[in-house]
Design a protein around this ligand. Sequence first.
Ligand SMILES: [Fe+2]
Ligand SMILES: [Fe+2]
Length: 245
Amino acid sequence: MTTLERADAAERAMIEELDRIVVKSVIYTSGERDPRVPVPRPPDQGKFYMMGHDPRLPRMPATPTLFDFFRYRFGPSNHVMQSARLAQKSGANEKVVLACLLHDISVAGFIRGDHGYWGAQLVEPYVDEEVSWAIRYHQALRFFPDESVGYRYPESYVKLFGPDYKPEPYIERDYRYAREHTWYMTSRLITVNDLYAFDPNVQVQLEEFTDIVGRNFKQPKEGLGFDASPSAHMWRTMMWPTKYL
Ligand SMILES: [Fe+2]
Ligand SMILES: [Fe+2]
């Protein structure tokens, strides 16, 4: 068996132990498999399909908060917390600090590709327009230097994407748009504080941002995912990522 086959077999064994059948969304597997080919279905064996909480994940509270998503659904959040702390230390205003704290939550818990756009959409109903705007455009601004604030093209991008990588035309277009916008500097400050190399001995706790989040993030009383906001379904998908329909 190849490594991939072994991983598939292990996953099948684990899924067989569940009392529900899990079918992954196309977006989780597209590329690893050809999305046009029908998915072979195991016999149902009298089991029902997963229609809610996946027992392999920690259960979320009935009315989940932003911090609950950080705790139960996001990958390690050191990067965004360190960026937010750095922004705070440099004297940035609360909007910038919040934008730094949230700028990569899509990478941490949802979808990587176009993460600035997805991340902005996730938080848009709950934050000042300037905050979600900054999160959306940090994605494009990351690729373009701004000497006036000492921001250079990231060394890490040269390593990750190769020296010849050139962003797609839509990224360049959005950069040009953002460059001329009144809120440009808010978004630019995300990139300035967007650190990958940081003192590994410094541990930042989420609680450090309780007050800033309390003042600047409109937590819905029904819980994220259960309010009727335009992005509520996206939070539900993070809560129940394997729901069949
Ligand atoms: Fe980012
Ligand atoms: Fe980042």
